[in-house]
Design a protein around this ligand. Structure first.
Ligand code: MN
Length: 489
């Protein structure tokens, strides 16, 4: 990509950027990567430029976009750190250093050791500055988009890493659009046979979806117009990888007809109040699927910040579909999450200092990002690579639930967490006084699996007691497991 084309692409995204700075970064990267070629035969420079364009489309700040252009100059391009320092501001250089991989030569370890060391480094850098991980994710997205050109021997490993680490990370950061794309790009390489089976299984239904598409769009638009409600309408098919997961659920048992959200209509209103008005209209026109519930993620956002109203309805010729209703702000949050431009401008409006903005998050959203700091903390306590990966999958990158204390404090825990995990999350001293636990007012065993919205009350013993190592059999959080394992040494 020529410089003029690159600048034009950025302008098309409506970004007001310092074009002198962008040009400087372009020329620097161009020189450093001179003669380097990607697997697809393209000049290496195309990769960092595409990464910068992805970052820009997420609405991140200028320093992050520039760091995206420069992200491979230190390791892949072997540029000199001092030269980089002399040309770019310290924030940009810090970001580039943050995304630079640890030297493979220094490690002399196996491929998997190298992978884990780089993950650790990423999580440490990410706790200092969330933007480091945004660059890593944009890098991964472009590499996945061009995976076809990579040698077959490497494809599967890269696809599995993406499904196991990067997609869940995107999910936890609330970046729904990215998570979906990463999974669908990986699916055929990670599980080729399953991919073929699921695409064959769903082909007929998906064709039907194409037929109802126009009809659905038209009827929703006319309902909105009739009631003078201003809103955007989008129709989307369920993504194949997420469909594959849903098919495995016990209540679905591989039966496509039990899945009611193969098609979802998204109605994006200009304000919050209209969301509920639209929900009312929707139910006047279509009957809700019997036995299904309306989910109000506006009043009760998901742990990653997702907000929306969901309802499943029956359309013409018995075709069921989901309707998701949210306002523009919620929509942006749902698609871009932690990278959301709204986050930055919100932080600025709420009077965040430049220092806070540098970290890319206001104090309020910092609370939401507390898990990142905790992850950086516990990973330093785990020396063993296999245990580190276990903790990562079981806790930090797993699906999340949220539960309440009787006072109404919210705790964000991994799926299938137990009251013991809850106690550790509240305070590391609390488990020493753990005698009985009430969930929604009922006495439960300590191995009880918590569900979202449970109210969990710990009844404390008067005396401090020893922790029970049997709790290791059912605890999920890294915090609890590390404390309990320490007992055994
Ligand atoms: Mn790269």
């Amino acid at each position: 990509m020529k410089l003029a084309a690159f600048l034009k692409a950025l302008r098309l995204q409506n970004r007001k950027l310092d074009e002198n700075l962008i040009t400087l970064a372009y020329q620097f990267a161009d020189q450093v990567h001179l003669g380097q070629i990607r697997y697809d035969g393209q000049a290496y420079l195309t990769h960092p430029l595409e990464v910068a364009l992805i970052l820009s489309s997420w609405g991140v700040d200028q320093d992050t976009i520039v760091a995206g252009i420069l992200h491979d100059t230190l390791d892949h391009g072997q540029a000199d750190l001092q030269v980089l320092n002399s040309k770019f501001n310290p924030q940009i250089v810090k970001l580039v250093e943050g995304v630079t991989r640890v030297g493979q030569v220094q490690l002399r370890g196996s491929r998997s050791q190298y992978f884990v060391e780089n993950l650790r480094k990423m999580f440490i850098s990410m706790a200092k500055d969330i933007r480091v991980v945004l660059i890593r994710l944009a890098d991964r997205l472009h590499n996945m988009r061009t995976l076809d050109a990579v040698p077959i021997s490497k494809q599967r490993r890269i696809a599995l890493e993406t499904i196991n680490i990067y997609a869940p990370l995107a999910e936890r950061l609330g970046m729904g659009l990215l998570k979906g794309e990463l999974e669908d790009l990986s699916f055929p390489y990670a599980y080729p046979k399953t991919y073929l089976r699921v695409s064959r299984l769903t082909k007929r239904v998906m064709t039907k979806v194409d037929r109802v598409y126009e009809e659905l769009l038209k009827s929703i638009s006319s309902i909105l117009k009739e009631h003078h409600l201003e809103a955007k309408v989008e129709i989307r098919k369920k993504r194949l990888f997420s469909l594959f997961h849903k098919l495995k659920r016990p209540e679905i048992k591989g039966n496509l007809s039990r899945i009611h959200d193969l098609v979802a209509a998204r109605i994006i209103t200009t304000n919050l109040t209209d969301c509920y008005a639209v929900l009312g209209l929707v139910h006047q026109h279509w009957q809700p699927v019997p036995g299904s519930t309306i989910s109000d993620f506006i009043q009760m956002p998901k742990p990653n910040g997702y907000q929306s109203l969901h309802t499943k309805v029956i359309g013409s010729s018995n075709f069921t579909f989901e309707i998701q209703i949210r306002d523009e702000k919620m929509h942006h949050q749902a698609e871009y999450g932690a990278a959301s431009h709204a986050l930055y401008s919100q932080a600025k409006q709420s009077g965040a200092t430049d220092e806070q903005l540098e970290k890319g998050i206001s104090s309020q959203s910092k609370q939401k990002m507390k898990w990142i700091e905790e992850l950086a903390k516990w990973q330093s306590q785990v020396a063993d690579d296999a245990t580190f990966l276990d903790h990562l999958k079981l806790d930090a990158l797993s699906k999340r639930i949220y539960v309440f204390s009787p006072k109404g404090d919210v705790y964000d825990l991994p799926e299938n967490a137990t009251p013991v995990d809850f106690a550790f999350a509240v305070h590391s001293e609390l488990p020493f006084f753990l005698s009985q636990v009430l969930v929604n007012g009922k006495l439960v065993p300590l191995s009880h699996l918590l569900k979202s919205r449970d109210v969990v009350e710990v009844i404390k013993s008067k005396q401090k007691r020893a922790l029970n190592r049997d709790w290791l059999k059912f605890t999920k959080t890294a915090k609890a497991r590390l404390h309990l394992k320490a007992l055994m040494n």
